[in-house]
Design a protein around this ligand. Structure first.
Ligand code: FAD
Ligand code: SIN
Length: 530
């Protein structure tokens, strides 16, 4: 058994910010299932929303967040996160993060170049061209490398949280650590600590089409739910309106910042179709834009719509969006000369493990921060670029709040992992078939536009698959593919359950059987626990 003072599951912005903050108080293990930089954070393009300009105010940022959240945000949480943002950003810059700057007129020096995205009334997105996430990971990992108290375990897959209740201890249900699969050796190891942070990110891979990388399989939500934590608002899956549509492109996002710099959505015949949907047109909140694109594709029968930024100077496009420009060029699309084919794709999980703004879950010793958590900031629809902000602020707050190593007394004996030991030659084909079936079912029946009948159909199919997966799980040696399959199946079930429980359309949960918001549900979360 490996013992630490703090266990951090995940090495994106949430896990790394927390680890850096607690490192002065004890030994930290960061457990991450691929290489250390691989995370949703690493692919973030648009940037971090925060109030840094004189033309902007906390009041406006709060108001924009509440409007996007469609009545379901927790106002006190929104205030805290937005108001603490500038201090956390300043620390990030001190750590070596280089946000893009712009020249001031004359000899006025330089200032932060602020981008604009959907639902924002002001320019307030700090960015590093269009690779903001990659630069954030670089800066945070460089800082982690200088802390000898932090040990990173790459290619280590967290399987399940270890709780006192699961082990049969009486008294409160505490988190004691986690069982972890070392992917290289195939062994399952026990990691123990008085504090465990879930920073495992979101669940885009539950859907057939997603902007997320392969790591996003909802493992944290699944582990927390199995451990007895509450999970809420999983029906609010955000579909990003503009994912590149190309047969060879896997999950490549075309940042909302492209629309912020003038990009316009058009039908394939060149008609600007957002005019009738929202006064902010192509820059309306994401739920509205994604639904409008879905409607346009269904009406025209086309497989995609166009995003056109060709009216801006080529030099500007190439300098502001170098990664998008080069990647599209690699697929034969010159975005300075032709419109970009785009489709909506699953992007962000607004719900998650229920926490307060300090990352505390209902299980002592267990914290959750970042996309895995549901703090109440996003409500029914996240405002663009508020997620990196939430992870930074809450990572810091959780680190300040969490019980330091003085609580060694809570350590209890933990038995080693008990594994099945059979190999199954059929495993890979069954696992990949089930993966595909879940993702397709979720895309077809639990997507941008839902109905009760489709949700029920999806629920029945997922339940059948879960039974089959469960048999596999107990009988055979665990592999990361099988573990992820078990998790996406459970997360799919939670998304469907939450969606069926909400008898209204609000934000990202749009159901043709209840097409309007229901005032009785305006303040109600859909909370599930085992
Ligand atoms: P992640 O960064 O996803 O990190 C999760 C970590 O947990 C990874 O290291 C992963 O390997 C690890 N992990 C997961 N499961 C396990 C397990 N079982 N065992 C061990 N390790 C595990 N948000 C913005 O605010 N602004 C943007 O511009 C923006 N652009 C985006 C662009 C793209 C393409 C995508 C996909 C998302 C974007 N988002 C953006 C959303 C934002 O990037 C994420 O919400 C945020 O980075 C989540 O950070 P996190 O630390 O919570 O999780
Ligand atoms: C983007 O760049 O469009 C992504 C921003 C976000 O998801 O917040």
């Amino acid at each position: 058994m490996r013992e630490f003072d703090f266990l951090v599951l995940g090495s994106g912005i949430a896990g790394l910010s927390f680890a850096l903050q607690v490192a002065s108080r004890g030994r930290v293990a960061i457990i991450t299932k691929k290489d250390r930089a691989e995370s949703n954070t690493n692919y973030a393009q648009g940037g971090i929303a925060s109030v840094t300009s004189k033309e902007d105010s906390f009041k406006l940022h709060v108001a924009d967040t509440l409007v996007a959240g469609a009545g379901l945000c927790k106002e006190s949480v929104v205030h805290t996160i937005i108001e603490e943002g500038p201090a956390r950003i300043a620390e990030l810059i001190e750590m070596g993060m280089k946000f893009s700057l712009r020249d001031l007129p004359g000899d006025g020096g330089q200032e932060l170049d602020l981008g604009k995205e959907g639902g924002h009334s002001k320019r307030r997105i700090l960015h590093a061209k269009d690779i903001t996430g990659r630069d954030i990971e670089r800066a945070l990992l460089a800082a982690v490398a200088e802390r000898p108290q932090i040990e990173i375990f790459e290619n280590h897959f967290a399987i399940d949280l270890i709780t006192s209740q699961k082990l049969g201890y009486v008294g409160e249900n505490r988190c004691l650590g986690v069982y972890v699969l070392d992917k290289a050796s195939g062994n399952v190891e026990t990691f123990a600590a008085p504090v465990t942070l879930l920073a495992t990110g979101g669940c885009g891979k539950v859907y057939l089409y997603t902007t997320n990388p392969d790591i996003a399989t909802g493992d944290g939500v699944a582990m927390a739910y199995r451990a007895g934590a509450s999970v809420a608002n999983m029906e609010f899956i955000q579909f990003h309106p503009t994912c590149l549509y190309h047969p060879r492109a896997k999950s490549f996002l075309i940042s909302e910042a492209v629309r912020g710099e003038g990009g316009v959505l058009k039908s394939i015949t060149g008609r600007e179709f957002m005019d009738g949907h929202h006064p902010m047109k192509s820059l309306a909140p994401r739920d509205i834009v994604a639904r409008a694109i879905d409607g346009e594709m269904k009406k025209s029968g086309a497989d995609y719509v166009h995003l056109d930024i060709t009216h801006r100077p080529a030099r500007f496009i190439m300098e502001r969006f170098p990664n998008i420009y080069q990647t599209c060029l690699g697929y034969g699309i010159d975005i300075t000369k032709e419109p970009i084919p785009v489709v909506p794709a699953a992007h962000y999980q607004c719900g998650g493990v229920v926490t307060n703004v300090d990352g505390e879950t209902g299980i002592p010793g267990l914290y959750a921060v970042g996309e895995v958590s549901c703090t109440g900031l996003h409500g029914a629809n996240r405002l663009a670029s508020n997620s990196l902000l939430e992870a930074l602020v809450c990572g810091h707050r959780a680190a300040d709040k969490c019980v330091p190593p003085a609580s060694r007394s809570v350590r209890m004996p933990i038995p080693p992992w008990h594994a099945g030991n059979a190999h199954n030659a059929d495993e890979m084909v069954v696992v990949s078939h089930n993966w595909d079936e879940i993702r397709r079912t979720m895309w077809d029946y639990v997507g941008i536009v839902r109905t009760n009948k489709r949700l029920q159909r999806a629920q029945a199919r997922i339940a059948n698959l879960q039974q089959e997966i469960q048999e596999f799980y107990w009988d055979f040696l665990v592999s990361s593919d099988l573990l992820e399959l078990r998790n996406i199946a459970l997360v799919a079930e939670l998304i469907i359950q939450c969606s069926l429980r909400r008898p209204e359309s609000r934000g990202l949960n749009y159901n043709l059987d209840h097409p309007e918001p229901n005032p009785e549900w305006a303040q109600q979360d859909t909370v599930l626990s085992r």
